[in-house]
Design a protein around this ligand. Structure first.
Ligand code: 4AZ
Length: 291
């Protein structure tokens, strides 16, 4: 009888894990199947709900929408993003986190807006080298998941990321490499990118040893399609090779310019920070493995 009740509650989407959220499995794109084949610099407009974990982090004192950086929802109350988004930040308690959005100038009823309760910047973040460019934001209230709002899956070290073939970036950042700061996109952009071997990415003619083993390079040797200013902190996701969900493998971090040949986007590899994330979220005691 108890089992039956549990099954009925589960079917109704009732919370049974004590977290009182309705988010369930991470990495799913409930609306993407309606869009058929889905098709940033060189990207295309994403459809509403196409990347349901992406958030826009906004400073209301900045012109336009106030968009500063992207981020990804990893629990109903925590967003993962880049540390460098907060370098010159002030009055972070007035910033907004916009979840479930597509067009920033016209937020529909599917959008949820939160404020930042807590900002955790990696203790070894180093601005000149871009090392450990990772931060977590605790929202003032959890979000309700929906077709437009889902959690991203952070892989642990066992996922063989370099074997993943279908990878995408998304963001509201600049859509041309020039005059980046005045050219942020109103509609969320998406683009398919290839993961580039870090050895190649670190070679002469490319980044000449600047790529840390906690980074991923993604894009194209010829350039043209890339993330850019304003995409920082946002997701690099890859479809699992066997199942229909996506892994959040990277966070947009830096690059030399945008969309240049042999200067692809550089991403923080989330799997290297899996333990650090668990410790910050209070899900694991700090130990020797914490980075
Ligand atoms: C930036 O300034 C930035 N081409 C983000 C991504 C890339 C370059 C710069 C990658 O936030």
């Amino acid at each position: 009888m108890a089992l039956l009740l549990l099954l009925v509650l589960l079917a109704l989407g009732w919370p049974v894990h004590g977290t009182w959220d309705n988010c369930g499995t991470c990495g799913l794109r409930p609306l993407a199947s309606f869009y058929g084949k889905w098709r940033v610099v060189g990207g295309t407009n994403a459809r509403p709900g196409a990347w349901p974990w992406i958030v826009s982090i906004q400073d209301p004192w900045t012109i336009g929408s106030g968009h500063i950086c992207g981020g990804s929802l990893i629990t109903p109350q925590w967003v993962i993003t880049a540390a460098h988004c907060f370098i010159n930040a002030s009055y972070i308690s007035t910033w907004r986190v916009v979840i479930g959005a597509n067009r920033l100038s016209r937020l529909g009823p599917e959008v949820q807006v939160r404020h930042i309760r807590q900002l955790l910047i990696h203790e070894h973040y180093n601005q000149p080298t871009h090392w450990n460019d990772i931060a977590l934001l605790e929202l003032d209230q959890p979000v309700q998941c929906s077709s437009y709002i889902q959690l991203a899956c952070v892989p642990d070290i066992s996922l063989r990321v370099q074997e993943l073939k279908n990878c995408y970036v998304s963001g509201w950042g600049a859509t041309t490499a020039r005059s980046a700061s005045v050219n942020e996109s109103d509609v969320l952009q998406e683009a398919r990118v290839h993961l580039i071997d870090t050895g190649i990415c670190n070679s002469s003619w490319w980044y000449r040893g600047e790529i840390h083993h906690h980074n991923l390079c993604a894009g194209y040797e010829r350039g043209v399609i890339d993330t850019c200013q304003g995409d920082s902190g946002g997701p690099l996701v890859c479809k699992d090779n066997y199942r229909d969900y996506f892994w959040l493998v990277g966070l947009t971090s830096w690059g030399r310019g945008c969309a240049r040949a042999r200067q692809p986007g550089v991403y923080v590899s989330t799997q290297h920070f899996y333990n650090w994330i668990l410790v910050q979220l209070g899900l694991r005691a700090a130990g020797r493995a914490a980075e």
